[in-house]
Design a protein around this ligand. Structure first.
Ligand code: VTB
Length: 323
C-alpha cells in the first residue's frame, strides 16, 4: 500500500503532491461550466471554492502566500489564509485557480488551474504587481542575468545550448510594452513566439524539449512569476525576476511584505528558497502545455495535468484522469 502517512509524518512536503494534483483537477472541473460564458467572476469563484474545500481536507498546515486577494476578501483565497487539517507538513501555498481568466471567459485556449507548494517560509511573498522575468531550461541554467540586455542574455543562452543565436526561439507576451524586446530578437535574426496570455506556460515550455522554446522573457504578474519559478526549480531550469513597483504605494506594499529592496533582481533561489517543493497545473481550456477539461459520456470528466516535483530527480509527469 502507498505509505501516505509515513511520508507525511516525516514532514515531507512532496508527499502532498498527489493530494494537490486532485485540488488542481477539482478546480479545473469546477470552472469548466463557465468556459466561454463571458463571466470571469463566477469562473474564478467556482475554481476558488473547489480549491479551498479540497485543500481543507489535506493533512497539512498550509498558508496561502499568493492568492487572489491581499486581505480577507472572501470568497477569494487571500494571502495569509490558513488551510488544511493543521497536522502534517507546514507549507507555503501559491494558487491561481483560473490563470488566464480572460481567455477562459472567452472560450479561448491556454487557461489553467495552477498551484505551487513549498516548505513554510520558502516562497517569495509577491505582491500583485508587475515583475520583469526571464526563464530558461536546465541546459541554460546559470546563463541568464536580468541586469543585462536581452541581446546579451540571448548570446549567453545560445552558447550554453550549443546553438547559433539565430536558432533561438524566444516567447514573449504580445504587448506594446515588449516592443523593444521583440526588436532585439529580430535584430539577432532569431525567432519570437508571441502569446496573448499566461506566461507560466511559456516559462515551463523552456524546460520541456518538445515545446521548442529557449527563453521566456517579459513583464507580467509577480504572483505568476513565483508560480513559474517554482515549476522551473522543480524542472532544473533557471528564472530571474525583478518587481516593478509603479507607484509609491506599490513600493510601500513590497516593503510591507518583507521585500527590503524591491528593485533587486531576484534569483530563482531567492524566489523559491527550497527544493522541497512541487508545482501542479490542470488545463481548463485546451492549450500548448495541456488539453482542457472535457465532459464524456455518463458525466465522466476528463482532465489533463502537469506535475513537477523538486529535489534530486527534477522530473515531471503529464497525467490524464477520468473522474
Ligand atoms: C500577466 C501574466 C499572466 O496576465 O499578469 C498578464 O503574468 C497581465 O498582463 O499570465 P496585462 O496587464 O498586460 O494584461 C496573464 O497573462 C494571465 O493572468
Amino acid at each position: 500500500m502507498y505509505p501516505k502517512t509515513d511520508i507525511r509524518s516525516k514532514e515531507n512536503v512532496q508527499g502532498l503532491a498527489m493530494d494537490f494534483l486532485s485540488v488542481a483537477q477539482q478546480a479545473a472541473i469546477a470552472s469548466y461550466p463557465w468556459v466561454g460564458k463571458g463571466n470571469k467572476l463566477e469562473a474564478d469563484g467556482a475554481g476558488t471554492e473547489a480549491m479551498r474545500n479540497h485543500m481543507n481536507t489535506i493533512e497539512m498546515s498550509g498558508t496561502i502566500v499568493i492568492g487572489e486577494g491581499e486581505m480577507d476578501e472572501a470568497p477569494m483565497l487571500y494571502i495569509g489564509e490558513e488551510l488544511g487539517t493543521g497536522n502534517g507538513p507546514k507549507v507555503d501555498i501559491a494558487v491561481d485557480p483560473v490563470e488566464g481568466t480572460n481567455l477562459m471567459a472567452k472560450g479561448q485556449d491556454n487557461s489553467l488551474a495552477v498551484i505551487a507548494v513549498a516548505s513554510r517560509g520558502s516562497l517569495l511573498h509577491a505582491p500583485d504587481m508587475y515583475m520583469k522575468k526571464i526563464a530558461v531550461g536546465p541546459k541554460a541554467k546559470g546563463a541568464i542575468d536580468l541586469n543585462l540586455s536581452l541581446t546579451e542574455n540571448m548570446l549567453s543562452v545560445a552558447k550554453a545550448l550549443g546553438k547559433e543565436v539565430s536558432e533561438l526561439t524566444v516567447m514573449i507576451q504580445d504587448r506594446e510594452r515588449h516592443e523593444e524586446l521583440i526588436n532585439q530578437v529580430f535584430e539577432l535574426g532569431a525567432r519570437v513566439k508571441l502569446f496573448s496570455d499566461v506566461d507560466i506556460t511559456g516559462a515551463i515550455a523552456t524546460a520541456i524539449e518538445e515545446m521548442d522554446v529557449d527563453i521566456l522573457v517579459g513583464t507580467g504578474g509577480a504572483p505568476e512569476g513565483v508560480l513559474a519559478a517554482t515549476a522551473l526549480r522543480c524542472l532544473g531550469g533557471d528564472f530571474q525576476g525583478q518587481l516593478v513597483p509603479q507607484t509609491d504605494e506599490e513600493f510601500a506594499r513590497c516593503i510591507k511584505m518583507g521585500i527590503s529592496d524591491p528593485n533587486k533582481v531576484l534569483t530563482i533561489e531567492e524566489i523559491v528558497k527550497s527544493d522541497d517543493c512541487f508545482f501542479v497545473a490542470t488545463g481548463i481550456t485546451d492549450g500548448t502545455l495541456l488539453k482542457g477539461v472535457s465532459k464524456k459520456e455518463n458525466g465522466v470528466m476528463l482532465t489533463h495535468s502537469f506535475i513537477a516535483v523538486g529535489g534530486k530527480k527534477q522530473s515531471y509527469q503529464f497525467i490524464e484522469s477520468r473522474d
